[in-house]
Write a protein that binds this ligand. Structure first.
Ligand code: MTE
Length: 317
């Protein structure tokens, strides 16, 4: 019986030739020098590359640690869940043109010794950027493999120094209905909010992504900064974050507040517990024809299963 929990995330620096990797790091650095360059890159990567005189990084042959190929840049940026724009996954990319991702600040506060509001460019200077190739498994039973750049959430929380009363982390997406047409819909309690238990937030897998495929992140994928929690259903990976708050109680989350019987707080990928309206035992990898088995904790159990020792994950779904 294979150990389904055994899987260690690959850093794309490990599989990308060093020269290419270095030019990508230079690009990431260069791209953050001016907010306007970053914005341009976010809207039109090819033009930005001409400006920066750096070619896109050819990571399309890269794989995750299970040997699965990364999805194409086109798949990743044209098949999105971002309800602030539309519920049509193939329509998000066409609706982001008015969304301004620069300038951008992230407020880190609540139960911390060092509350602070950071400009995105400060974060990029303060915290070392790394690459992570992660599987993203949506609760709707589709999945992708995505090469992100960014830094661990733990590295940011350590700067903030949570106090001993802090038990959870709450995240909030920007609220700008004039730029995000879906936020005019009265059916959702905007702004989108999410949460993690503090030990989940401090796990080394928990990532704040600022780049994608060697380029600055694009609006449809949550630019300029979004959470990526690869062992949980995708809805936990909140996009375009403006606020991170350390709190004592389990925070409300958007999907749980709409339908708590369907979307729990934990939302760990769990093929043994079906969604009330569909099976979670298999998934459709975008770009593949036949379905594949879903893995407990999306294949990251070795790193995270211990966080849930003693918990009944069919109750804490
Ligand atoms: N964050 C915000 N603010 N709004 C959203 O609608 N959708 C979530 C998550 N983060 C969502 C969000 C869902 S359901 C998924 S599956 C992932 O984003 C999709 O991320 P992707 O479009 O980058 O693949």
């Amino acid at each position: 019986m294979p150990n389904l929990y055994k899987s260690v995330p690959v850093r794309s620096s490990e599989i990308t030739p060093k020269q290419v990797y270095l030019s990508r790091r230079d690009f990431m650095k260069a791209a953050t020098v001016t907010a306007s360059a970053a914005l341009l890159a976010a809207c039109a990567p090819s033009t930005a590359n001409e400006v920066q005189n750096v070619k896109p990084v050819p990571t399309s042959n890269a794989t995750d640690e299970l040997g699965d190929k990364v999805n194409t840049y086109s798949d990743i940026t044209n098949y999105n869940n971002y309800y602030e724009f539309t519920t049509d996954k193939q329509g998000v990319a066409g609706l982001v043109q008015d969304f301004k991702v620069a300038p951008w600040t992230v407020e880190v506060g609540g139960l911390v010794n060092n509350p602070k509001t950071y400009g995105i460019e400060d974060l990029l200077k303060l915290l070392p950027q790394e690459e992570r190739i992660y599987r993203l498994r949506c609760v709707e039973a589709w999945s992708m493999v995505i090469p992100w750049e960014g830094f661990t959430l733990a590295s940011l929380l350590n700067l903030a120094e949570p106090t001993s009363d802090a038990k959870y982390v709450r995240f909030e997406t920007v609220f700008r209905p004039e730029e995000m047409p879906g936020q005019k819909s009265p059916y959702y309690p905007w702004p989108y909010q999410e949460g993690l238990r503090l030990d989940e937030a401090m796990n080394d897998l928990t990532f704040l992504a600022t780049g994608l495929y060697g380029e600055p992140n694009v609006p449809q994928n949550g630019a300029p900064i979004r959470l990526v929690v690869p062992w949980k259903y995708g809805f936990k990976s909140i996009k375009s974050i403006v606020k991170i708050e350390l709190v004592a109680e389990e925070p409300d989350t958007l999907w749980k507040s709409i339908a708590s019987n369907e979307y729990g707080f934990y939302a760990n990928v769990n093929p043994a517990v079906d969604h009330p309206r569909w099976s979670q035992s298999t998934e459709r990898r975008i770009g593949e024809i036949s379905r594949r088995a879903s893995l407990p904790f999306n294949g990251y159990g070795e790193q995270v299963a211990a966080l849930y020792d003693g918990m009944d994950l069919s109750v804490n779904y």
